[in-house]
Design a protein around this ligand. Structure first.
Ligand code: AMP
Length: 212
């Protein structure tokens, strides 16, 4: 049995066409089913639905043989114990530093101001600001980062931006790019050895589907 870990929402929706191109169709729709384990049209392949941030953990420990995880969450996880053979090119966005529209970020950086930065991505943010030689106080949040500067919790945020609509709606602006983000296929290295006959063709089919 091969187990593929996916998160509901955008990653699931954008992975479906790649799976379909590889001849794989889930037996149920995760948006309507409450099941966390879904069969597929292939007897030897099942899907498990986990929180996006938990995908690397399930694959690292071998509870899933492979999974789809955003580069943002892989960077935060560290990627230990994960083979990353493929950038699937889905769920694309950017990780950025954003501040209120009327905040002069460049001037604050120049005068060495100590900024308070709210984010879900503590590890990545710490590395980013350390590389710039900036002192920041990081505040861990689990969502709705855009709210933090509006109510005085933070001066800046580190968050994902796609269209920029959310930043604009909250009178924020992106002032620094941290990394481009897309979702990657992650594979448990032991699974790849032990189940190579089943996994190698699947990885190859996903490679073809994602690279056109
Ligand atoms: P947008 O308004 O299109 O710039 O989208 C920004 C909001 O969507 C932010 O709250 C982000 O955290 C979230 N978001 C955008 N792209 C992604 C992605 N690929 N994965 C997860 N969250 C995302």
């Amino acid at each position: 049995m091969i187990t593929l870990a996916l998160a509901k929402g955008r990653i699931f929706e954008e992975t479906l066409p790649l799976l379909a191109a590889a001849g794989i169709v889930p037996a149920e729709d995760p948006e309507t089913s409450r099941k966390l384990i879904l069969g597929t049209n292939r007897a030897g392949l099942r899907l498990i639905l986990v929180r996006a941030a938990d995908v690397p953990t399930y694959v690292q420990y071998g509870a899933a043989d492979l999974g789809v995880a955003g580069r943002d969450l892989l960077a935060e996880h560290g990627g230990q114990g994960l083979y990353q053979p493929l950038d699937l090119g889905i769920a694309k966005c950017r990780m950025v530093v954003a501040v209120p529209e009327d905040f002069d970020y460049a001037a604050a950086v120049k005068r060495g101001a100590r900024l308070r930065v709210a984010t879900k991505y503590i590890g990545t943010a710490r590395e980013h600001f350390a590389a710039k030689g900036m002192h920041v106080d990081l505040i861990k949040l689990y969502g709705s980062m855009e709210l933090a500067p509006l109510v005085g919790l933070a001066d800046a945020i580190v968050d994902l931006v796609d269209t920029g609509g959310t930043l604009k709606a909250n009178r924020l602006k992106a002032v620094e790019d941290i990394m481009p983000v897309s979702s990657r296929l992650v594979v448990n290295p032991a699974s790849l050895k032990l189940k190579r006959e089943a996994l190698a063709p699947l990885i190859e089919a996903l490679r073809k589907a994602s690279h056109g």
